[in-house]
Design a protein around this ligand. Structure first.
Ligand SMILES: Nc1ncnc2c1ncn2[C@@H]1O[C@H](COP(=O)(O)OP(=O)(O)O)[C@@H](O)[C@H]1O
Ligand SMILES: [Mg+2]
Length: 334
């Protein structure tokens, strides 16, 4: 049964304390951890809640279930089966963000999808960071121009975010650079646990600043650097898995686009297999909704969509310009 609540009352309804069974003690633990509302809770797995709040696993599962129940009551989450025709109708109205390249947009079925986790991977210089910068600008375009008139949150792990580059891209697209910069919230992270901590704050920016795009450039850097060697591999994969699922839930619950990058090296053993499969491990492959493999082709770049639930494996050619991502002038496909 969906309960009707006015927009201005929704915030109160979503307060952690409105979850059945959450008393003042647990509520205060949530507040102390910077978690104030029910949606935020659902971005965590029960195991995350155990660690963040120091509560028992059973309690964490109970809270997750009750939180989900509350969201379905408020009509913010589906709880039961839907006819596939309804699902299709919903999918056709999904918001998307243009990448700036028509070729790349078509490859993605119209642009970067909200509610999904999109991963760009490829070697150094393949254009991952350029795509991230461009999206921070295009998300701000009005809907008629294939944006969402919204802001962006940017987690920068490699110290490659450049506001100057944003200015150039914004100017080239006829936007006021100063206004554009004000709507991008950048967090520079120093290690994996700092990354997890900052990610936990993202819901605040989504809600208060109307951000609809979350970027993590790049997702794995710190995990890779901190968990070195074979003996650490399983712990690393476990941590990474949990982190990526937090991002995926963030996308689904807040209806934002989450874009992550992943740097891969052309390893010698790739020679014998499919290079597009040889990155990030299975963990990465399983968490991402869409994976796009980027490679250099002279001045241009080739994007290939891999393992998509509904796209055929196909290529698109794009280029890097002052305006960010664009289509090559001649040789424009499609
Ligand atoms: N203003 C610009 N115009 C055209 N190309 C640019 C511009 N700025 C950077 N590039 C190109 O972007 C490439 C680097 O891409 P980048 O996104 O940083 O790669 P990575 O995949 O390692 O993140 C370089 O080849 C660089 O020449
Ligand atoms: Mg980069």
């Amino acid at each position: 049964m969906v309960k009707l609540v006015k927009e201005e009352e929704l915030e109160d309804e979503l307060d952690v304390e409105n979850i059945e069974g959450v008393g003042p003690t647990t509520r205060d633990k949530f507040y102390a951890a910077g978690i104030y509302d029910i949606k935020q809770i659902l971005t965590f797995s029960p195991q995350d809640l155990v660690e963040i709040l120091g509560i028992s696993y059973d309690k964490a599962v109970e809270i997750s279930n009750k939180a989900r129940k509350k969201l379905t009551e408020l009509g913010l989450m589906e709880s039961t089966f839907s006819a596939a025709s309804e699902v299709l109708k919903r999918r056709l109205t999904i918001d998307r963000i243009t990448t700036g390249s028509n070729n790349l947009d078509s490859l993605l079925g119209g642009g970067i999808e909200v509610g999904a986790l999109t991963e760009f991977y490829g070697e150094f210089g393949s254009g991952k960071t350029q795509i991230c910068h461009t999206l921070c600008v295009t998300v701000q375009l009005p809907k008629e121009k294939k944006g969402l008139d919204a802001g962006a949150v940017y987690i920068d792990t490699e110290n490659t975010f450049r506001p100057e580059r944003i200015e150039t891209i914004a100017k080239a697209r006829g936007l006021n650079p100063e206004n554009v910069l004000k709507r991008i919230f950048v967090g520079k992270v120093y290690n994996a646990s700092h990354q997890e901590l900052l990610t936990r704050e993202i819901p605040n920016y989504i809600e208060r600043e109307n951000c609809r795009l979350v970027i993590v450039d790049s997702a794995m850097t710190h995990f890779r650097a901190e968990y070195v060697g074979r003996s650490m591999l399983s712990e690393r994969q476990q941590k990474l898995n949990r982190y990526l699922h937090t991002l995926l839930r963030l996308a689904e619950i807040y209806k934002v686009a989450v874009v992550i990058t992943n740097q891969v090296q052309a390893a010698p053993d790739v020679f014998f297999g499919d290079p597009t499969k040889a990155s990030g491990g299975h963990v990465m492959a399983h968490a991402s909704t869409y994976r796009i493999y980027l490679r250099k082709s002279g001045k241009n770049r080739i994007a290939r969509i891999v393992d998509s639930p509904y796209h055929a494996e196909a290529d698109a050619i794009f280029t890097l310009t002052d305006a960010g991502i664009g289509d090559p002038e001649e040789n424009t496909k499609k």
